[in-house]
Design a protein around this ligand. Sequence first.
Ligand code: ATP
Ligand code: MG
Length: 285
Amino acid sequence: MSNLKVAIQKSGRLSEDSLRLFKECGIKFNNGAKKLKAQSSNFPIEFLFLRDDDIPGYVEDGIADIGIVGQNVHEEYQKQIEVVKHLGFSRCRLSLAVPREEKYSDISFFEGKNIATSYPNILKKFLDTKGITAEIHQISGSVEIAPGIGLAEGICDIVSSGSTLLSNGLKEVETVMKSEAVMVADSKLSDEKRVLLNQLIFRINSVLEGKNNKYVLLNAPNDSLDKIISLLPGMRSPTVLPLAQEGWSSIHSVINEDDFWENIEKLREAGAEGILVVPIEKMIK
Ligand code: ATP
Ligand code: MG
């Protein structure tokens, strides 16, 4: 059987979480520090470790079947490849920033100005939709020093906390796009490789679904059971087991991470006590 070839960033902000995702999917492999390739011992997958900028091109050319990149890189390179899964890590945004002391009121600030960026295509598209014409200077790294050295009046770069901008005397003024890691795939995959990709995505979904939910166990007096059950939909419905103590039950269910604390508060108000919250490794609906 042929291997599914997966392109992953060799070293950088996507690497660790990408590797962890495959490990959490039960896919075993040995990645030595300087390795360029690795073969899984228990799934027909081969890993290629590359610079993130090269990944969309390798996937389009079929050198790799799938890859993990930031949406920012995927959009910038405009390759004929498909996004098959949003992965929820390496969240960041691509933003416009200007020197802190600059008076900024709105996007018209950038009309006729010079902007330095590693993302000329995304920036051009954004400025076009806003009706702004600016001079875009493509540079491949250390974009944040461009205003300080007189190359540009503004920059367009990746931001997560904003601390890099701050330490370079810049302020963020517009969000151009939000980004997270995505899995991309060659749109011309063979049927055999599609099957492997679907198996992989099934595993990824069960891992991501597990992370989004918690297993909750709690005790409650029987007369508050109806109220508590109405607060706990669970996968199908909650499990209710009698406690050794007369008139009490233990209730087990799954609750979503998004409104977790709000739900716990409501459960306490309804009479729940002894609440235990347990992480879920994998969840298959
Ligand atoms: P390479 O050497 O592979 O080209 P790089 O320097 O271009 O690496 P990284 O800085 O490792 O890239 O970032 C990889 C991706 O991680 C970015 O394209 C972006 O999607 C995301 N990213 C970048 N900075 C952050 C951040 N501060 N927080 C979260 N995600 C980020
Ligand atoms: Mg890069």
